[in-house]
Write a protein that binds this ligand. Sequence first.
Ligand code: ZN
Ligand code: ZN
Ligand code: ZN
Ligand code: ZN
Length: 388
Amino acid sequence: MVTSSGSNIHHLSASKMLPPRQQPRTGGLQTSLSLVTSDPHLSPDTQEPRSNSDNIRESPTESASSHETWPTADVAMAKKMENGNGKAENEFPEHSVVHRLANADKITLCDIARERVDVISEKMHRLPDEFLEELKNGLRVILEGNGGSQHRDEFLILQKLVQNRADLTAKTLIRAHRVQLEILVAINTGIQAFLHPSISLTQTALIEVFVFKRCRNIACQNQLPAEDCTCEICANRNGFCNLCMCVICNKFDFEVNTCRWIGCDLCSHWTHTDCAIRDGQICMGISGKSVAGPTEMLFRCRACNRTSELLGWVKDVFQHCAPAWDRDALMREIDFVSRIFRGSEDSRGRKLYWKCEELLEKMKGGLAESTACRVILMFFQGTDYAEH
Ligand SMILES: [Zn+2]
Ligand SMILES: [Zn+2]
Ligand SMILES: [Zn+2]
Ligand SMILES: [Zn+2]
């Protein structure tokens, strides 16, 4: 969504990806502004807004790109438990190549994660390229995670080693071997793309990613803090990029032109709709600048703790994107709108919620997507439409 400031249009040209839904949109969206306390934990209004976070249904795509972001120990442990851990295979993949190398010369991923930059760098310069390729392959396999909990454990061990070191700085990393740096960045971010031969970031860019001065999303790569933002999240959350990551879960994905993301009208930071619903950041509140204004569904941004109205936003997304959606996309988007407005207490929001539920029901019964699309667009235009 384009924010009222229009600053996202600048983001668009500045970055290589289309950040979530940052297509320039026409039809300026009037934003509502309510001045509230800057402490996100304090309820700003005497009337506690009703949250629609009860009865959460998450969209199935929620974790679609999570493997491209930082796995956390929690997630890994949860996965480990759900998979049932068991067999202990080799601790780190054996490398089949270059057996003629003396053992003393060989290095492992663990060594790279653990030992001094200059020591490893020197060893790497003496090792054949095939051996270094095998090292990268070994990490790639681990990051792909097809080995289940064992690979996740291996990865977490490596990541912990790397992240607990104080000596990995921009200054020391200048002396790193290129492959060493790629491996360290991949371990630190959990993103295997840094190992890919076609990804050719400069040594400087890799170092910047490692020290959180550059966005780890290869499609974005903005300098951090993006837009020189001084908000609490951009200032304090290592590696967070306000152009492409969710303020709540820290993840990025490549979905655009969708109600999957909500942009803050005031600070332009992005939040997954699912994350916002789950965290109770979508709730009834007073819209408009008038204190006595009517209440409606609002989105409260975690970054600036201000609210943006939602009806105009979903309307805009639908008007600009719905004609291009296929049947599945349309159903998914209508479902987003339904879940956003489920807790509505105002009549416009209620009607939208019911219209979405009705359309989803009818589509399940075979209603053509073109008809459903017309109906919802007509609804947004405020016109009743009787389908046949
Ligand atoms: Zn910020
Ligand atoms: Zn980014
Ligand atoms: Zn999120
Ligand atoms: Zn904001």
